[in-house]
Design a protein. Structure first.
Length: 192
């Protein structure tokens, strides 16, 4: 009798964890988006932005606290696909890059290039004067550019964004607890 109750409870927890985990992504608090870019000259960048999907337009501008952006990281590669620069521009909702300017539309799941940082850019990530510099959307030329210290290394291309659901800790805990319980019950059955 006890085994049936334990198995039933573990099965219920496992199902609840699976249902919660596979629920509509719009209900999750944090969603990570992978992004990638390849310029016309072969330079490329890839990274991830994690946003609070309850904020319709998540933004970050300069140093300090962001509005709905939990983390932002970007890696920049040369045409031979060798890593030349890696940056974590936002960690735990705080920006560490003076010229950072990002707007992310959580409803559309894409970057929003409609704003302006005041430096003729509506998107600016990376690090000024790093080996590869920064990737930004120039509002004058209306294109993405990779540059450092006024030198443009590459331009053009398209920023491609894909969503990646990040499970909430409670959902993950339910799933793991149910799975562990089923494993324990199966082990007890094998021993008996």
């Amino acid at each position: 009798m006890f085994k049936k109750i334990v198995l039933g409870l573990c099965g219920s927890l496992l199902c609840l964890g699976i249902v919660s985990f596979s629920a509509d992504p719009a209900r999750a608090a944090l969603i990570g988006y992978n992004f990638s870019w390849t310029g016309d000259g072969g330079f490329s960048a890839s990274g991830m932005i994690v946003v609070d999907d309850t904020v319709p337009l998540a933004t970050a501008s300069g140093f300090g606290a962001t509005n709905g952006i939990e983390s932002l990281m970007v890696d920049i590669f040369n045409p031979a696909n060798a890593l030349i620069q890696s940056n974590i521009n936002v960690a735990n909702g705080v920006s560490s890059y003076e010229f950072l300017f990002v707007q992310f539309d959580t409803v559309l799941g894409d970057f929003d290039f409609s704003g302006n940082s005041g430096f003729n850019a509506s998107f600016d990530i990376g690090q000024d004067f790093g080996p590869a510099g920064f990737l930004h959307f120039d509002t004058v030329t209306n294109r993405l550019e990779l540059q450092s210290g006024g030198t443009i290394f590459d331009f053009g291309g398209e920023l491609i964004v894909t969503a990646k659901l990040l499970p909430e800790p409670a959902t993950l805990a339910l799933f793991c607890l149910g799975l562990a319980g089923l494993g324990w019950a199966a082990r007890r059955k094998r021993v008996a």
